[in-house]
Design a protein around this ligand. Sequence first.
Ligand SMILES: Cc1cc2nc3c(=O)[nH]c(=O)nc-3n(C[C@H](O)[C@H](O)[C@H](O)COP(=O)(O)OP(=O)(O)OC[C@H]3O[C@@H](n4cnc5c(N)ncnc54)[C@H](O)[C@@H]3O)c2cc1C
Length: 380
Amino acid sequence: MDFNLTEEHIMIRDAARDFAQTELLPGVIERDNKQEFPKEQIKKMGELGFLGMMVDPKYGGSGLDTISYVLAMEEISKIDASASVVMSVNNSLVCWGLEHYGNEEQKQKYLTKLASGESLGAFCLSEPEAGSDATSQKTTAIEKDDHYLLNGTKNWITNGRTADFYIVIAQTHIDKKHKGINAFIVEKGWKGFDVGPKEDKLGIRGSDTHSLQFNDVKVPKENRIGEDGFGFKFAMKSLAGGRIGIASQALGIASGAYELALKYSKERKAFGTEICNHQAIAFKLADMATQIEAARHLCMKAAWDKDQQNDYTMSGAMAKLYASQVAMDTTVEAVQIHGGNGFVKEYHVERLMRDAKITQIYEGTSEIQKIVISRGLIDK
Ligand SMILES: Cc1cc2nc3c(=O)[nH]c(=O)nc-3n(C[C@H](O)[C@H](O)[C@H](O)COP(=O)(O)OP(=O)(O)OC[C@H]3O[C@@H](n4cnc5c(N)ncnc54)[C@H](O)[C@@H]3O)c2cc1C
């Protein structure tokens, strides 16, 4: 067992840290206030190779491992979780699925643009009546001649307006239930495809979350991903990897809040000494650092499993379940350590606390992660 990072890993982590400090930190409070998408910053992230980190360079990606992805996600999320969710969706839910299950034409036409950051992707599974229970898809894609006719509504779609290409999950053979579901690549601007208003959210307010409507959208048959009926499995496999991305996002939110709290506690004085010298505060810092280290190990283990081609369903779910709880606990304590200053925007920790909550909800709620983990234990 080797806990050391390679020189390449350190280089990637430092590059992500540097980018987050110089490009994301200025303006992060304003973007949160105005719910403004970090358009220029995402463009630069694409140019630096952060949007297709694990994709083969022959398809425009950076050809890196999942450990590198976790390291970069942590650094970006420390500063701006609205930017890191864009990164996570594009890498894990869009590029990964296309690279593993798309055909050569789909990879040339779509993956090369998505992995290089020229285009942005979205992953559309959730619906008004299908969240945790993703088998209850009401969106239909009915076969007609050389195309499918797509009808329905998708909810809560990250990159909803800013994406160029959308992976849409829909029911093709209703009688076959989840075995009759397919995944399709849909392009922005196709007739009958409309984007709803932006959601006004508690956290990750800079990210672009919308509902989508499909009214008789003609999807060419060649845009179906994989064999007929592969869509549900495709979605579940994509989400298994996606959870490593969200776990790393939670880890970054927690470590960002901890670093701010540690610094503040060494500067702020009360009762004649820096507050870190009060044991009540010092013990909070000890708990935060220990839990963050444990979350980091779970994230790294899941990433390592994926890189070794081991099954990572359980390790990814464990990483997300634990890291998202640590993100909540740590950010609440970081606000507490900042006292009144923790309650105002200028000190960043209140935003991190709001951003932390979503990591317990999307890509499978914490309750769903427990179902995944317990099934894995019982079926062993
Ligand atoms: C900001 C944001 C961005 C998102 N981005 C995307 C995206 O890009 N693409 C996409 O497809 N979706 C996206 N989602 C949707 C997200 O994945 C869902 O909200 C999530 O899966 C939960 O579904 P739901 O909201 O319908 O809650 P529900 O499924 O209605 O769950 C409500 C509550 O019941 C619990 N529950 C449900 N079933 C069980 C059970 N069997 N046992 C125990 N408890 C249960 C849940 O854990 C939860 O606490 C996003 C959501 C948000 C808020």
